[in-house]
Design a protein around this ligand. Structure first.
Ligand SMILES: [Zn+2]
Length: 201
């Protein structure tokens, strides 16, 4: 049976790089993959952008009210018609921005359509609260794998602290895509609590 994999990590843990490497591994064996991401993420528009400098356009984007399974099945039919081959894998970047209903569709794609789904994303927001899509993945994914990154102090980073300019902030909307004003720093628990004066959520 095909499985749903959730590969999560703090920001800057190399998720997009790992996704592009996984896609390459399939394609090296002559297999076809479908690259997807939620449409809410404006970073890189319709491309997967790795911090190592590798960029690749996605095949599909999912709007918040899209039926993810239906979009996938349409794409699979198109690939079959164009190339005569079947999709071997669905890879989703920034998966924390999918809705819980869409995450359930990822499980259906794996179990009912028989295609493995590799979903990459962040577990919690800047206030240490799970993204709804990530919470659902923690509940239903067959496999959970943490991609690790290091805090400035050398310990494992687990939280994504938000900065505006050079100041840490602990209030605001859950989704603020990093750009010129808002940035994020991956911190361990000790450094996060030191910056937040002991506050969580
Ligand atoms: Zn630290």
């Amino acid at each position: 049976m095909a499985k749903l994999y959730f590969r999560y990590g703090a920001m800057n843990s190399g998720k997009s790089t790992a996704l592009l490497q996984a896609a390459y591994n399939y394609e090296e064996r002559g297999q076809r993959v479908l690259l997807a991401k939620p449409r809410v993420d404006t970073k890189g528009d319709d491309a997967i952008v790795s911090r190592l400098g590798v960029t690749r356009p996605v095949d599909v984007t999912f709007a918040p009210d899209d039926d993810v399974r239906e979009v996938f099945c349409r794409s699979r039919e198109r690939v079959r018609a164009e190339t005569g081959t079947d999709l071997s894998c669905l890879l989703v970047d920034e998966v924390q921005f999918l809705t819980p209903v869409q995450v359930d569709d990822l499980l259906r794609i794996a179990v009912l359509e028989g295609v493995p789904v590799l979903a990459y994303g962040i577990r919690t927001d800047f206030r240490t609260i799970a993204f709804p899509g990530s919470r659902r993945l923690l509940e239903v994914a067959h496999s959970l794998e943490e991609l690790k990154t290091i805090c400035r102090c050398g310990r494992k980073a687990v939280f994504n602290a938000r900065k505006v300019g050079d100041r840490f902030v602990f209030d605001g909307d859950q989704v603020a895509i990093d750009g010129r004003e808002v940035t994020y720093e991956s911190l361990c628990g000790a450094c996060y609590l030191a910056e937040s004066d002991g506050r969580l959520a």
